[in-house]
Design a protein around this ligand. Structure first.
Ligand SMILES: *[C@@H]1O[C@H](CO)[C@@H](O)[C@H](O)[C@H]1NC(C)=O
Ligand SMILES: *[C@@H]1O[C@H](CO)[C@@H](O)[C@H](O)[C@H]1NC(C)=O
Ligand SMILES: *[C@@H]1O[C@H](CO)[C@@H](O)[C@H](O)[C@H]1NC(C)=O
Ligand SMILES: *[C@@H]1O[C@H](CO)[C@@H](O)[C@H](O)[C@H]1NC(C)=O
Ligand SMILES: *[C@@H]1O[C@H](CO)[C@@H](O)[C@H](O)[C@H]1NC(C)=O
Ligand SMILES: *[C@@H]1O[C@H](CO)[C@@H](O)[C@H](O)[C@H]1NC(C)=O
Ligand SMILES: *[C@@H]1O[C@H](CO)[C@@H](O)[C@H](O)[C@H]1NC(C)=O
Length: 438
């Protein structure tokens, strides 16, 4: 006979043994199921197949740098070089920066009832069309979200006169916006941020889409904006260049990649001082193609006041890791504590009505500095309760990405599809401009 104490111990022992074996059986069954249903690792261990129905949305994301879908992989899968998900094939691109990046090789997922062309050429066209459709959907989703975001939450991003936004202009080019008698008013002023060494970019722009300024008599006007050029040689070059073209403005701020926000506010300040007669102002860069001929007639469709438009994003999250291709956008928590940025329009092309330029300058005095100029403007827009609007044709990818994934052609550049394109090569811009009726 066992004593009650021993009996108790024995029962406990049996129960725990049972629980442990149940656990093992469960783990075994689950692994087996996962192996059969989801992942099949081929005998060479370098191809992974994942069945379509277990596709996890978090697993796949759109990579703005390559313009394609990318999958993030788990550590244990790092030694594979091909992944097949459903019927899509992914190629592994291993770089030192990112050892776990997969890029979609072919786009062969089939939506229900969708006919996929079988010939190679037809298939390419079909794939391009499909990407366009997806892009439009994405922009439409963003537009909806932009309308719903509560702007008042950004009221906390405030201070008492902490942003010093008074500037002097060493070379003010004051007559850029002069209006001669008998002339219609100015529709649009471009404030184009530039660097001393980008002479070829400036020349290309002057000879292409900026020719509509017609030596300060047209309905558009522009300035190239620089900070204080401390290098004497650069300064001399810029002054000589300006003697010829009369279109360069130099502000009394230090010009480097950390002062782009200050540069942008200096542009606003110059505009308010020297170009009040323009109805709209657009901040852009010296490596941009702007389809001005198409943009000008669009302006009449936009609100004349309280207007902000561009390629606007409602829900961008700050980059918190110092690795990967996006690390140059790294922002530590001490600089920005929120989960998401306010809605903002990409800095490559931000169009605002003149009153917004003035109001931003005013509100910025009490809006603490933030390193990215487009996000900073977003913070100001929110405090002003101006909702950014997506303008069709303002795009946030580069020329290369659009050529590669969207079959961008010269006729698209001057047609209805695009208003802004980043990093278009100078010769391509010249070719495109030659094709428009001058
Ligand atoms: C790309 O565009 C050109 C010119 O519009 C057209 O001829 C060609 O078929 C297009 N290719 C694809 C893959 O869509
Ligand atoms: C720029 O000029 C303004 C106005 O004169 C002045 O208050 C400010 O200190 C100057 N900034 C720099 C960086 O020199
Ligand atoms: C532009 O105007 C200025 C002064 O009005 C004049 O000196 C210059 O020659 C003009 N340039 C062109 C290209 O017409
Ligand atoms: C521009 O920078 C130089 C050298 O850093 C400095 O001596 C000069 O005062 C600056 N000019 C203005 C107007 O800020
Ligand atoms: C850029 O200029 C600012 C203002 O003068 C200065 O504080 C900062 O150190 C500079 N940054 C770089 C990377 O040169
Ligand atoms: C202005 O808006 C109307 C209505 O949405 C549209 O039909 C028209 O094409 C637009 N005009 C321009 C120049 O974009
Ligand atoms: C563009 O046109 C100019 C003359 O208007 C010509 O000299 C130049 O070669 C053309 N460039 C291209 C790339 O078509």
């Amino acid at each position: 006979m066992l004593r009650p104490n021993e009996r108790c111990v024995q029962v406990l022992y049996r129960v725990s043994a049972l629980i442990i074996s149940l656990c093992f059986i469960f783990i075994f069954l689950e692994t087996l199921a996962a192996g059969i249903v989801t992942i099949y690792i081929s005998s060479t261990f370098n191809t992974i197949r994942i069945s379509n129905d277990v596709r996890n949305k978090d697993y796949e994301y759109f990579d703005h740098n390559s313009g394609s879908s990318v999958l993030s992989m788990k550590k244990k899968e790092r030694n594979v070089d091909k992944v097949i998900i459903g019927d899509e094939e992914y190629e592994i691109i291993k770089t030192e920066e990112n050892p776990v990046k997969m890029q979609k090789k072919s786009y062969i997922t089939q939506a229900p009832h969708e006919d996929i062309p079988t010939s190679r050429e037809e298939f390419k066209k079909w794939a391009v069309e499909r990407r366009w459709k997806k892009l439009k959907l994405r922009v439409a989703e963003r537009e909806k979200l932009l309308l719903t975001i509560d702007q008042s939450r950004w009221d906390t991003w405030a201070c008492n006169e902490c942003f010093y936004n008074k500037f002097e202009f060493i070379n003010p080019s004051k007559n850029v916006c002069s209006i001669h008698r008998g002339m219609k008013g100015i529709k649009l002023l471009f404030v184009i941020t530039t660097q001393p060494q980008n002479f070829n970019n400036r020349l290309t722009l002057r000879n292409t889409w900026l020719t509509l300024a017609k030596n300060n008599t047209g309905e558009i006007r522009y300035i190239f904006l620089l900070g204080n050029v401390s290098n004497a040689l650069d300064f001399d070059g810029i002054r000589k260049e300006n003697l010829i073209y009369n279109d360069i403005v130099i502000g009394n701020f230090t010009d480097n990649y950390t002062t782009l926000t200050i540069k942008t506010l200096a542009g606003m300040s110059w505009t308010v001082e020297n170009c009040r007669s323009s109805k709209y102002v657009m901040k852009t860069d010296d490596d941009m193609w702007i389809n001005t001929k198409r943009l000008l007639p669009m302006l009449s469709n936009f609100s004349k006041s309280f207007f902000v438009g561009g390629a606007c994003l409602p829900d961008v999250k700050p980059i918190r890791t110092l690795t990967g291709t996006l690390r140059k956008f790294y922002v530590p928590y001490v600089d920005f504590q929120y989960k998401k940025y306010p809605p903002y329009c990409q800095g490559l092309g931000i169009l605002v009505s003149s009153d917004v330029a003035e109001k931003v300058l005013h509100v910025s005095r009490d809006t603490p500095f933030f390193i990215f100029e487009d996000v900073y403007l977003g913070l100001c827009f929110a405090r002003l309760r101006v909702r950014p609007i997506n303008i069709p044709g303002f795009q946030d990818n580069s020329f290369e990405q659009y050529s590669k994934y969207y079959n961008l052609t010269i006729s698209d550049m001057i047609g209805e599809k695009f208003i802004t394109i980043h990093q278009a090569p100078n010769d391509v811009m010249v070719e495109a401009w030659n094709k428009t009726c001058k």
